[in-house]
Design a binder for this molecule. Structure first.
Ligand SMILES: Cc1ncc(COP(=O)(O)O)c(C=O)c1O
Length: 350
């Protein structure tokens, strides 16, 4: 992980979203040194588990500054987070509101709105969120349960390539704020979630284009609010480069395969998650002029382990050569398993 690239991405985000407080989505890459770089750059943090709260507390991030945006939690998660000092929790159901009222009485809640998620490269399965009408009911119930109706959030879906994807959710936010105003409830914050794109093997729209939509629509809300965002991928993906070693090259009836000590199961899981739509740039250390198309595959005995297809690599590629896989700072090491007995990748921040 290249620290300077992380800081540059954070600065770009802040310039693109001048009125937005960026809270890095810890899940994306929870390596402590990565978190320290973001902390020092001035980032806030979003968490989805009490383990993430602890990790951040161990590097001096105050739990009271965290957003806990996972809308359904085991009771123990809410209780321990609240005891540590977290006071802002996402919800999207009546059941969770009652649990928060039990385990973290008096805390602030923000409701997760559903989004289409159709424009994102990493598919969103529509697991979370409610419509604006239901969100209004939940926030009224929050008040009745002596919780603080604090805000509203949504998440577009990861690696969203279309800035207009923010329009629908922000229109829902406007409807909700106006409705709640009639109920005598004024929200403090709007959290626009994450999903902003990073560059893999193709250009993506600039963050500034997403920022323009947010500035325009937030200015049209019925009253001023604090705006938060939960960027993950766009802050750390491009800072990451996997270095892996070729363990063997094999010619098969369906082409040439380069087997490496990195595969889908120990780092490249998003290749499976996106059906191969996320394509990572791969280079090799040999740099032969003559190229040959390789399927780049992992060390396991599982045929789902191939993470790059038809990549032009050096024709003379052989055992011991080093491959660099770019844009691998997000959802890689964090997703890695030791499936088939192969080790986890080691994260080094330079
Ligand atoms: C609630 C929430 N916020 C933020 C993020 C970060 O998304 P991204 O890494 O696409 O910016 C996620 C990712 O899954 C999420 O679920």
């Amino acid at each position: 992980m290249n620290a300077a690239r992380i800081v540059a991405a954070f600065d770009e985000f802040c310039n693109a979203f001048p009125q937005v407080r960026a809270c890095y989505a810890t899940k994306c890459n929870p390596d402590k040194d990565v978190l320290r770089v973001l902390r020092d750059a001035g980032s806030g943090f979003e968490v989805a588990s009490v383990a993430e709260v602890r990790t951040l507390a161990s590097i001096g991030v105050r739990p009271a500054d965290l957003l806990f945006s996972n809308p359904v939690r085991a009771r123990r998660q809410t209780r321990e987070a609240a005891l540590a000092g977290v006071y802002r929790f996402a919800v999207d159901s009546v059941e969770e509101l009652f649990r928060v009222a039990d385990e973290a009485p008096g805390s602030c809640v923000y409701v997760r709105l559903a989004t289409g998620g159709g424009d994102s490269v990493v598919p969103s399965e529509g697991k979370f969120g409610v419509d604006a009408g239901t969100a209004r009911e939940l926030l009224r119930l929050a008040r009745d349960l002596s919780l603080v109706p604090y805000g509203v959030t949504f998440h577009m879906g990861s690696q969203t390539l279309e800035p207009a994807a923010l329009e629908g959710p922000l229109a829902d936010v406007a409807t909700l704020l106006a409705g709640l105003q009639r109920d005598g409830i004024r929200l403090e914050m709007v959290d626009i979630g994450g999903g902003f794109p990073a560059v893999y093997d193709e250009p993506v729209p600039s963050l500034a284009l997403f920022g323009d939509v947010v500035s325009k629509r937030v200015a049209e809300l019925p009253y001023p609010v604090e705006v938060y965002a939960e960027p993950g991928r766009c802050l750390v993906a491009e800072a990451g480069t996997f270095r892996c070693t070729v363990i063997g090259v094999a010619r098969r009836p369906n082409g040439w395969f380069a087997h490496t000590d990195l595969g889908v199961f120990n780092g490249m899981m998003e290749v499976l998650e996106t059906g191969g739509n996320l394509r990572y740039p791969v280079r090799d250390s040999r740099a032969d002029e003559r190229r040959r198309a390789f399927q780049v595959t992992g060390p396991t005995c599982d045929s789902q382990d191939t993470f790059a297809r038809d990549v032009p690599l050096s024709e003379g590629l052989r055992e011991g050569d080093v491959l660099s896989v770019g844009s691998t700072g997000a959802y890689t090491a964090a997703y890695a398993s030791q499936f088939n007995g192969f080790p986890l990748p080691r994260v080094v921040v330079v």
